[in-house]
Design a protein around this ligand. Structure first.
Ligand SMILES: Cc1cc2nc3c(=O)[nH]c(=O)nc-3n(C[C@H](O)[C@H](O)[C@H](O)COP(=O)(O)OP(=O)(O)OC[C@H]3O[C@@H](n4cnc5c(N)ncnc54)[C@H](O)[C@@H]3O)c2cc1C
Length: 406
């Protein structure tokens, strides 16, 4: 739908809608190109972010943390933010995968693969803070708090109206709004939405003994439980349940909650002694039907929201950030328009296979472990034991977990 728009709009090369983990990463990754080509880039973020963050970072006990693959750490390194992120990162030295009621256990270790870490766990709040500090030092425009209220295709790209009254026009608009703001729908971009009927309960827990960099993934009848090592003796819990069941757990007091967790998880990580505030996320597989259009690219959760079972969503998105920046650089060298379909098809070609593989891998894992079938349980256990025995297959899984395999 094309519409008449005012000509007073501020003309940009690139408008990034959403300054969450993905939009902020894109802003940082564009820095060398902004400098080289003199592009005008703006990031629009709806949520207010303190202009002067507290000098001392207080790690709050209720923060969500993400497993960052080694490949993502390398990308952050190239953006110049890894050194600071690493201050609050815990390395994953081993991954322990098990299934309740079955014998199969798989262990993947960094030492065996000859790497220092299989990945890193970083509180999202810290990643956000480091990325925003970096953005503030770059020559790009920052509209915050401001919400993109309307987005209209034009001959030159897109015209954006912001809640603070400003208007922008951009040759390329990158939708990194998380997919829930209604902008995709405004543009008529449909989504495939497959609800899993599951909810993830997130909390930080303190454990009675050092985790030694061990990450756990335990498949139970209710759904997978992941425990990620955090700096110190804390771990990030992602506890998946059939939708509705999490309400009981949310209502429990701390002692009763810890007891239930201990019962479901066992004592392989030690005793759970404390839990921070709990949050829930309903889980679906959502994919945008059109990841690119003339003048528009869809990134991050707006393009693909995955089940967190394999900790792949943000890692996949970060590879999308790198691919987009590479496509834009090659377009600029060939004097092609940033929003041209030649540029965006090049980007989509780089993305499609990786996205397909990761979605198939995460979705397949959820479905494999969700099916109530005694025969399948044996296959799963055999699969886990098989992974333990079969070196190359297990190494393939580890390389994917590290973000080194597409
Ligand atoms: C329980 C759980 C655990 C996870 N664990 C992992 C993990 O371990 N590893 C991993 O790789 N991934 C993980 N993920 C996935 C990861 O969290 C997402 O991939 C990531 O948060 C997506 O970031 P985003 O920037 O695309 O979206 P969001 O984080 O939703 O950010 C979107 C931003 O856009 C802003 N915005 C929205 N609408 C507008 C508008 N109209 N105008 C301006 N701004 C707007 C919002 O304020 C927000 O800041 C997990 C996900 C869940 C649910």
């Amino acid at each position: 739908m094309k519409d008449a728009v005012t000509s007073t709009a501020d003309a940009l090369d690139i408008a990034i809608v959403g300054g969450g983990l993905v939009g902020a990463s894109l802003g940082c990754a564009l820095a060398p190109l902004i400098q080289r080509f003199g592009w005008r880039v703006a990031v629009v973020e709806a949520a207010a972010i303190p202009a002067t963050p507290q000098r001392e970072w207080q790690p709050s006990f209720d923060a969500r943390a993400s497993a960052i693959a080694e490949g993502s750490a390398q990308r952050f390194q190239r953006m110049g933010v890894w050194q600071k992120m690493a201050d609050e990162a815990a390395p994953i030295r081993q991954i322990h995968i098990s299934e309740r009621g079955r014998l199969g256990v798989t262990r993947l270790s960094a030492a065996e693969l000859g790497v220092a870490a299989l990945g890193h766990v970083i509180p999202n709040a810290w990643m956000g803070r480091v990325l925003h500090e970096r953005l503030a030092s770059l020559a790009l425009e920052w509209h915050c708090p401001a919400q993109v209220e309307s987005i209209i295709p034009t001959a030159e790209g897109h015209h954006l109206r912001l809640s603070d009254g400003s208007e922008l026009s951009a040759a390329l608009t990158v939708l990194a709004d998380g997919g829930r703001s209604g902008l995709k729908e405004q543009l008529g971009i449909g989504s495939h939405d497959k609800p899993y009927g599951q909810t993830a309960l997130i909390a930080n827990v303190a454990v009675s003994r050092p985790h030694d960099g061990m990450a756990y993934e335990r498949f139970t009848d209710d759904g997978p439980i992941a425990l990620l090592p955090l700096p110190g003796q804390a771990m990030g819990l992602v506890w998946t349940h059939q939708g509705g069941k999490e309400k009981e757990l949310m209502a429990l007091g701390e002692g009763a909650f810890l007891q239930q967790l201990q019962r479901a998880f066992g004592d392989r990580a030690g005793r759970f002694v404390k839990v921070g505030s709990r949050h829930t996320y309903p889980l679906s597989l959502v994919t945008a039907q059109e990841p690119v259009r003339p003048g528009l690219a869809v990134l991050g959760n707006a393009a693909h929201a995955l089940h967190p079972v394999a900790g792949q969503g943000f890692n996949l998105a970060l590879r999308g950030v790198t691919d987009l920046v590479e496509s834009l650089e090659s377009s600029a060298r060939q004097s092609r328009g940033l929003g041209s379909m030649a540029t965006l098809q090049d980007f989509e070609q780089r993305r499609a296979r990786d996205r397909h593989n990761v979605i198939r891998f995460s979705d397949g894992l959820v479905r494999l472990f969700a099916v109530e079938n005694p025969l399948l349980s044996h296959v799963r256990a055999a699969g886990l034991v098989g992974l333990n025995l079969a070196g190359p297959l297990r190494r393939g899984l580890a390389r994917r977990a590290m973000g080194l395999e597409r």
